[in-house]
Design a binder for this molecule. Structure first.
Ligand SMILES: [Zn+2]
Length: 291
């Protein structure tokens, strides 16, 4: 079976062919040009499918809240204008005649990790991605738990600080305003007056001022994880996002959690995601293989 898998992000549309062994080939990407709107993005996907000579199935991982049964966008922020309401599956199937699966990007990545990566063989786990914000996904008994309107797992908007910092969701004190990779970058800018990305911050790990900010930020990560562990009692938490490649973070999260949690929750292990950029495409391809 030849599957064409897409990963629609805010800046790039990545795509690749996937065979029946879930090996990716002919990886490619084009700019999303999100400002041109959701309709144009889907038109471009259809063009790519035709240019590639078609496939047996199409799998799509995309930003936004997705009704995975209908393959439609329930809600997307203005970063992709007019994307809300787009019937991705219906349009692509009508234009190409190829059966298509559509899933939210964080859920796709979690499926990629569940089937091929860090959570392989583990039917119960939660997954968090630390980047500009914090995304989340919940796996229970081997299945993605989506909630009643396909929106479960918005861990970034758990409130960890009452009346705290403003959040992009319009709320105050959300987890991602304190524990995302962007929050660390913002803290360094505010406290030290330096504009640095995550990699640059960790390159100065020996600088005591930087080290303090990293340690305070890891405390914020741990605060949110503790609540999630008490709710789900998971054996495994998969942490994704480029910044989690810094081994110190995962080691410290495990150390701090295991000294702070009530004893009966101590089985939990925090591991980093393994599939990197391919997780979304693999998850979408896996879903497409099942239709
Ligand atoms: Zn929020």
């Amino acid at each position: 079976m030849k599957i064409l898998a897409f990963d629609i992000g805010g800046t790039e549309i990545k795509y690749a062919f996937c065979d029946e062994n879930f090996s990716l080939s002919k990886k490619n990407s084009v700019p999303t040009n999100a400002h041109e709107g959701g309709k144009r993005i889907i038109e471009r996907i259809v063009e790519i499918i035709k240019d590639c000579g078609g496939a047996d199935r199409i799998g799509i991982s995309t930003a936004g809240q997705i009704d995975s049964e209908k393959g439609a966008v329930i809600y997307a922020t203005d970063s992709i204008p007019g994307y809300t309401g787009t019937k991705i599956k219906e349009i692509i199937e009508a234009e190409t005649g190829i059966p298509t699966a559509v899933e939210n990007d964080v859920n796709s990545a979690a499926i990629g990790e569940a089937v091929f990566g860090a959570a392989k063989g583990c039917p119960n786990f939660i997954c968090l991605t630390y980047g500009t914000g914090i995304g989340g996904a919940i796996f229970l008994d081997g299945k993605l738990f989506t909630g009643c309107s396909f929106s479960a797992g918005e861990f970034g908007h758990m409130i960890t600080h009452a009346n705290g910092r403003d959040c992009t969701c319009g709320g105050k004190g959300c987890y991602e305003a304190y524990a995302s990779a962007r929050a660390l970058v913002n803290n360094v800018r505010e406290k030290l007056g330096r504009e640095m990305n995550g990699r640059e911050i960790f390159a100065e790990f020996e600088n005591p001022e930087i080290r303090t900010l990293i340690d305070e930020w890891i405390d914020e990560i741990v605060i949110g994880l503790k609540s999630l562990i008490y709710i789900f009692n998971p054996p495994l938490i998969v942490a994704g996002g480029g910044i989690m490649n810094e081994k110190y973070i995962i080691d410290e999260i495990n150390n701090r959690l295991h000294t702070q949690l009530m004893g009966s929750f101590n089985e939990v292990k925090i591991v980093k995601a393994l599939m990197g950029n391919d997780a979304n495409k693999l998850g979408a391809a896996y879903l497409a293989s099942k239709i």
